[in-house]
Design a protein around this ligand. Structure first.
Ligand code: S3P
Length: 444
C-alpha cells in the first residue's frame, strides 16, 4: 500500500489558476461510505468515490474482511453489504498505508468483531498517536494492544461484549469521535461523545443516511448499539480539502478565475472559505444544494489581494487539513498572519507547523513556528535554486501547497518526496498544469 517515494515536482514561476472542473471525491466521506456500506444490509452504490491510495486502502481492507466490492470504475463502487455481524476474519494484517482515518475508525469498528485483527501502516502512520483511540475504546471494554509508544501496529482481540461509553473528547478530533461511535454500534446501550469544539460530522450524517438513528444536542452526539444499517445510493461530493489548493492558487495569482464544481460545504469543513474571505479573498458559492446527505456548491474564486490576519481559534477544527495551503496564502498576503490553537498540526502526516515553516523559510519568507501555531509575514517568495529543494516529508498536503506557491514565486521551486499526493488527490499535477500552473513531475 505504501506509495513510491521518488516523485518530485518542479514548478516554474508565474501562471494563473483558471478553468472549471470537479476535484476528486471527499476522502473522509469515501472512507465512511465503504465502512458503512460493508456493514449494511443490501447493496450500496457509491458515485464519486475517491480513487486515492487512502480510500483504496479502506476498500481493500473490507475485501480482506470478506466483503464483495465491485469497482472502483470511474468513481463508481458497488458494495454488497454483509450486515453488522457478517464480516469475516482476515488471513493477514490489514495494511492502511498512510491513512490515519482508516486506522483510527477501523480500530473502533473492529473492536466489536468476533475475530482478531492487526492494523499496520507505513512509516508515517506508524509514528502517529493511537492512544487517543485505544484509551476510550479500552474504556468500552475493547482489547487493543499497541506499541509501548502507543502507536501501530494495533492488535485487536475479540471480547464478549463492548459497553456503551459517555466520552468527553480531550482533543477536537473527528477521527476519535467516529472511532468511539463506530464501536458504539456494537456496544450495549448508549454511546455518547462530547466534543470540545465541533468537528466534521460525516460519520453522524452518513449513519443517518444508512437509516441509523443518531441524536445530537449541541456538542454531544449519542447513538444506541445493536441497530442495523440499510444499503443505499450515495454520491460523494468533491473534496473541499483538495479544492482548497485551487482556492488558494486562484486567490494569489493575478488574472485567476476558477469554478470548482460540486464541492462539499459541510459547515464543519468550511474554515478555508471563512479564513480566505477574512483575508480578502473573492469567493462565491453558487447553486447550493445537497449531495449524499451533505451540502455542496460550485465555488468560484477570482484573484484578489490578500491581507494577513489573526486566524480565529474557532476556525481551527473547521480548516484543520487546509493549513498548509492557508500558510501559502499568508506568505502572499500583505502583513502578518498568526495562527494559534493548532497544536494538532504537529501530529498529522508530518509535523505540518515545522515542515511548512522550514519550506517557507527556504523561500525567503519569515515563518516562525510556535508550539501551537505559526507567525508568517507575507513577502516575495524566492526560488529553491540556492536553498535546495523543499522537502515535503511524504506529506501530500505539504507537497501540493508548495506546488501552488509556484504561482507567486520569483524562481523555480523544486519539491521532493511528493508521491503521497496520490493518497488524496490522484491526478493533481495534471489538473494543476491544465489550470495554468507550470508544473512538471519528475521520477527518479
Ligand atoms: C478526518 C479528521 C481529521 C483530519 C483527517 C480526516 C476524518 O483528523 O485531519 O484528515 O476523516 O475524520 P483528526 O480527527 O485527527 O482531527
Amino acid at each position: 500500500m505504501t506509495a513510491v517515494t521518488n516523485l518530485h515536482y518542479q514548478i516554474k514561476p508565474g501562471g494563473t489558476c483558471t478553468g472549471q472542473w470537479r476535484v476528486p471525491g471527499d476522502k473522509s466521506i469515501s472512507h465512511r461510505a465503504i465502512m458503512l456500506a460493508a456493514l449494511a444490509e443490501g447493496d450500496t452504490r457509491i458515485s464519486g468515490f475517491l480513487e486515492g491510495a487512502d480510500a483504496l486502502a479502506t476498500l481493500a481492507v473490507f475485501r480482506q474482511l470478506g466483503v464483495a466490492i465491485e469497482g472502483p470504475h470511474g468513481g463508481e463502487v458497488r458494495v454488497r453489504g454483509v450486515g453488522m455481524r457478517g464480516l469475516q476474519a482476515p488471513t493477514a494484517p490489514l495494511d492502511l498505508g498512510n491513512s490515519g482515518t482508516s486506522m483510527r475508525l477501523l480500530a473502533g469498528l473492529l473492536a466489536g468483531q468476533a475475530f482478531r485483527t492487526t492494523l499496520i501502516g507505513d512509516a508515517s502512520l506508524s509514528r502517529r498517536p493511537m492512544r487517543r483511540v485505544t484509551e476510550p475504546l479500552a474504556q468500552m471494554g475493547a482489547q487493543i494492544a499497541a506499541s509501548a509508544e502507543g502507536t501501530a501496529p494495533l492488535t485487536i482481540t475479540p471480547v464478549a461484549q463492548l459497553a456503551g461509553l459517555d466520552y468527553v473528547l480531550p482533543v477536537a478530533s473527528a477521527q476519535v469521535k467516529s472511532s468511539v461511535l463506530l464501536a458504539g454500534l456494537y456496544a450495549e446501550g448508549d454511546t455518547c461523545v462530547t466534543e470540545p469544539a465541533r468537528t466534521r460530522d460525516h460519520t453522524e450524517r452518513m449513519l443517518t443516511t444508512f437509516g441509523y438513528s443518531v441524536r445530537r444536542q449541541g456538542l454531544r452526539v449519542c447513538l444506541t448499539g445493536g441497530g442495523r444499517l440499510s444499503g443505499c445510493r450515495l454520491t460523494i461530493p468533491a473534496d473541499i480539502s483538495s479544492a482548497a489548493f485551487f482556492m488558494v492558487g486562484a486567490s494569489i495569482a493575478p488574472g485567476s478565475d476558477v469554478l470548482l464544481q460540486e464541492v462539499g460545504i459541510n459547515p464543519t469543513r468550511v474554515g478555508i472559505i471563512n479564513i480566505l474571505r477574512a483575508m480578502g479573498a473573492d469567493i462565491e458559492l453558487i447553486d447550493r444544494r445537497t449531495c449524499g446527505g451533505e451540502p455542496v456548491a460550485d465555488i468560484r474564486v477570482c484573484y484578489a489581494p490578500l491581507k494577513g490576519i489573526q486566524i480565529p481559534v474557532d476556525q481551527v477544527p473547521l480548516a484543520i487539513d487546509e493549513f498548509p495551503a492557508i500558510f501559502i496564502a499568508a506568505a502572499c498576503a500583505s502583513g502578518e498572519t498568526i495562527l494559534t490553537g493548532a497544536a494538532e498540526l504537529r501530529v498529522k502526516e508530518s509535523d505540518r507547523i515545522q515542515v511548512m515553516a522550514d519550506g517557507l523559510t527556504q523561500l525567503g519568507i519569515v515563518a516562525e513556528p510556535r508550539s501551537d501555531g505559526i507567525r508568517i509575514i507575507g513577502g516575495q517568495m524566492t526560488s529553491t535554486a540556492t536553498s535546495g529543494p523543499i522537502q515535503a516529508h511524504g506529506d501530500h498536503r505539504v507537497a501540493m501547497s508548495f506546488a501552488i506557491a509556484g504561482l507567486r514565486a520569483s524562481g523555480v521551486i523544486d519539491i521532493h518526496d511528493c508521491a503521497n499526493v496520490e493518497t488524496s488527490f490522484p491526478g493533481f499535477a495534471t489538473l494543476a498544469a491544465n489550470s495554468g500552473l507550470n508544473i512538471v513531475e519528475q521520477r527518479t
